[in-house]
Ligand binder design. Structure first.
Ligand code: PEP
Ligand code: MG
Length: 552
């Protein structure tokens, strides 16, 4: 048996076989070749093989996800029949006497950069397609073709690291647990694992030579340990603990239908954080009183092209209808920083967390923003949606947003398309927003404090940097004071305020947050019932409710 220590991002126990997740990044080296004719023939074979694979994928997708979504494979196939791509590869092989892999990689880079720089949104989106087919041909040239990375039996996924875009594309039904070697508990991959409610470890000390694929393993999400090829005794003990957890969970179900109210009558709204409509089932199952954060950017990360207005409308409408009159707060796209989306064609930045992300992209590229807003306003006619804007730093930004929403509504009216009037809120996740919270509160209906980014920007610590975790302290008095200040300013202007960052579900500060007067906590669905139980067992007054609002 081998044991590896990691940092837990979600408790619980998973038992199953390991599947090592390999990224599709092929190493391509430039080599000089003598026989250019043979190399051209090798390229042609790989090209035809790729075209055939794409046809199979198209047929599979046609059945599974419908014609509109399958069309992407048809487009990829057409690109490989296209003169420009092939001519560029053939010319490079012939004139520079270089190997086919290098010629394909160079062509892919050149063409994708060219597409990424185009004005037209549709053409810009083609950059990601070029990269995709380039990887596929290189895979065929090297005999390591792209295949579904997670198939078969549900397994424990072990990976070097997982980008949010990779995580969202995995088939959730086939994942028992995530274990990554890199990564921090504040990363979006960790947040996704929490939303899915599965045991997960990050920053796990697995040496590169460990040969884990296919081996039986246990992930203990409570202690943060991965056991590979566990001994019989341990396996039995863990199976027992797993059953115990199921029993505890059943006991928690008694919390369903109960109010989220402290023992001395202080009521709070307990909402859920989600990233996908697949998470709606968990929202209902865990009896969330609403959705406090729908991370809409995951809709953009799951694909290679911009989601259309109608596609988004269908999703938001489903959320509104499923929540049947309960509030569902949809955050507009928060792309950027660690949530990179190739087809946005954004420039590479030195400091992406301080770069063009979230509302900044929306204000710079209003056509993308307006598509999402139209979908949101239309869907609002079917339920109680609210819209929330991320990464705000000034009232001026909110006024710019309002101009755009007014334009969207005017256009919908002119086109006689039905729409609703969703509540308008902003995220408080920059120190600037906290300092301006009194003025900002006059502009919107509610605030939601994003403590993950607020901690990152206040403490000047990259939330992704696993080497700085000892300094990344969401309980830092500076953060708690900022929350208190935000609540006071919000209430002074008569608006409500929630917390949708991970701190909202942190039991160690629940009483402090309640005493400060936070009106809503939005947490991962699996945390709703345990948190409701903790709230119901809390006495605020006995310890001096109203006096202890002071933060050290
Ligand atoms: C936050 O920053 O606290 C937040 C909720 O947003 P995200 O984690 O998606 O950046
Ligand atoms: Mg954030």
């Amino acid at each position: 048996m081998q044991t590896y220590k990691g940092k837990s991002v979600f408790g619980g126990i998973a038992i199953g076989r390991i599947r090592v997740y390999q990224k599709n990044r092929q190493q391509v080296r430039r080599t000089r070749i003598e026989d250019t004719e043979a190399e051209l023939a090798r390229y042609e074979r790989a090209r035809i093989e790729t075209v055939n694979q794409l046809k199979v994928l198209y047929e599979k997708a046609l059945v599974e996800v419908g014609e509109e979504n399958a069309a992407i494979f048809e487009i990829h196939g057409m690109m490989l029949e296209d003169g420009d791509y092939n001519e560029s590869v053939q010319n490079m092989i012939q004139s520079n006497c270089i190997n086919a892999e290098f010629a394909v990689a160079a062509t892919g880079d050149n063409l994708s950069q060219m597409f990424a720089a185009m004005q037209d949104e549709y053409m810009r989106a083609r950059a990601a397609d070029i990269k995709d087919i380039t990887e596929r041909i290189i895979g065929n040239l090297q005999g390591t073709a792209k295949e579904d990375k997670v198939v078969g039996e549900p397994a424990i996924i072990v990976a070097e690291d997982l980008a949010p875009s990779e995580t969202v594309q995995l088939d959730k039904k086939l994942i028992l647990s995530f274990v990554t070697i890199q990564g921090s508990p504040n990363s979006h991959t960790a947040i996704l694992a929490r939303t899915m409610g599965i045991p997960a470890l990050v920053g796990t000390s697995i040496p590169p030579e460990a040969d884990l694929d296919g081996k039986m393993a246990i992930v203990d999400g409570t202690t943060g340990v991965l056991y590979v090829e566990p001994e019989e005794g341990l396996l039995r003990e863990m199976e027992g603990r797993k059953e115990e957890e199921v029993r505890k969970r059943e006991l928690l179900l008694e919390m369903k239908g109960q109010e989220s109210i402290t023992a001395d009558g202080h009521r709070i709204r307990l909402y859920a954080n989600i990233g996908n409509i697949d998470d709606l089932a968990a929202v209902l199952e865990n009896d969330a009183e609403g959705i406090g954060l729908f991370r809409s950017e995951f809709l953009y990360l799951q694909r290679d092209t911009y989601p259309t207005e109608d596609e988004q409308f269908a999703i938001y409408k489903k959320v509104a209808e499923t929540m049947a009159g309960k509030t569902a707060i949809i955050r507009t796209l928060d792309i950027g920083a660690d949530k990179q989306c190739e087809y946005f064609g954004l420039e590479k930045e030195e400091n992406p967390a301080l770069g063009c992300r979230a509302i900044r992209i929306c204000l710079k590229r209003p056509e993308i923003f307006k598509t999402q807003l139209r979908a949101l306003y239309r869907a609002s006619a079917f339920g109680r949606l609210a819209i929330m804007y991320p990464m705000i730093i000034s009232p001026e930004e909110v006024r710019r947003i309002k101009k755009i929403t007014e334009e969207v509504k005017r256009e919908l009216r002119t086109q006689e398309i039905e729409y609703g009037e969703p509540e308008q809120g902003i995220m408080i996740e920059t120190p600037a927003a906290v300092m301006m919270s009194r003025e900002l509160a006059r502009e919107v209906d509610f605030f939601s404090i994003g403590t993950n980014d607020l901690t990152q920007y206040t403490l000047a610590i990259d939330r992704q940097n696993q080497n700085l975790e000892e300094f990344y302290d969401p309980h830092h008095p500076a953060i708690l004071r900022m929350i208190e200040m935000t609540v006071q300013n919000a209430h002074a202007e008569g608006i409500w305020v929630g917390i949708c960052g991970e701190l909202g579900g942190d039991r160690e500060v629940t009483d402090s947050l309640l005493r400060m007067g936070v009106d809503e906590l939005s947490v991962s669905p699996g945390n709703i019932l345990p948190l409701r139980k903790a709230i119901r067992e809390t006495q605020l007054r006995e310890e001096g409710f109203g006096k202890e609002t002071q933060v050290n």
